[in-house]
Design a protein around this ligand. Structure first.
Ligand SMILES: [Zn+2]
Ligand SMILES: [Zn+2]
Length: 241
């Protein structure tokens, strides 16, 4: 059975309605679909669910669960950013993700636009991508705080590697991700194989990269496929390839 537990709707920054996503998933033969909102972050309100829409979201998904129960199993999830203050308890499950770094009192997105990452590397990390990656993975290592059911896009920091090429075998980079992987392996929750970067043309391989994935599975980590679709045509895209 095809399961895709990470798709977004127009309740946050997805393009399509929840029902359109469900209908598309059914037409693709998906048996289990997780509809997810980006958790509320006050410092980047356009990207996430608004707190006054959370009740509507929970209600909408509960209606769709019932309406399509003979065709597909639906789950109502939240992608909890490490720096989000939102209560995750009303949701069926939690994806733990890092999208921002906290530097000198400011939250800065790592995955918004290449130029924004470039500015951060220059201004806050002395021009060193590796120093930035160390801060990113140090934050990822703390995702246990979010009590995640699985780990979202583990090495998202590589998203703009075409604009900011780096050596994935650099020792600083490897040490940084390994510390985070070791910390999260203790949680015994799956890591996503997230095809969102490929589907949107940013990366050539999923999150995490082959080397990291091998390390995770060798050390007993489980995985789960996730498209991170923000439009219906990307549901379950790139799975199993
Ligand atoms: Zn994410
Ligand atoms: Zn997502």
């Amino acid at each position: 059975m095809i399961a895709d537990l990470h798709v977004h709707t127009d309740f946050c920054d997805g393009r399509d309605s929840a029902e359109d996503m469900v209908l598309s998933a059914i037409s693709k033969g998906v048996g289990k679909l997780g509809l997810v909102v980006h958790s509320y972050v006050p410092f980047d309100p356009e990207s996430c669910v608004q707190l006054d829409r959370v009740e509507d979201y929970l209600y909408e998904i509960s209606i769709l669960k019932e309406k399509y129960k003979d065709k597909i199993e639906l789950l109502c999830g939240i992608e909890a950013d490490y720096y989000s203050p939102q209560d995750t308890s009303p949701f069926d499950y939690v994806i733990g993700s890092v999208h921002y770094l906290y530097i000198d009192g400011k939250y800065k997105a790592i995955d918004d636009q290449p130029y924004m990452l470039g500015e951060m590397i220059e201004q806050d990390f002395g021009g060193s991508f590796y120093a930035c990656a160390e801060e990113y993975f140090a934050t990822v290592a703390k995702l246990a705080d979010k009590k995640p059911d699985f780990i979202g896009h583990f090495d998202l920091i590589k998203k703009f590697s075409r604009a900011f090429p780096f050596d994935p075998e650099n020792q600083r980079y490897r040490d940084a991700w390994m510390i985070a992987a070791d910390a999260l392996l203790q949680l015994k929750v799956p890591f996503e194989i997230n095809t969102g970067g490929i589907n949107r043309g940013w990366t050539d391989e999923p999150y995490p990269s082959a080397e990291i994935l091998e390390y995770i599975t060798k050390n007993g980590g489980k995985t789960v496929y996730a498209s991170d679709a923000h439009r219906k045509e990307d549901i379950a895209r790139g799975f199993g390839g």
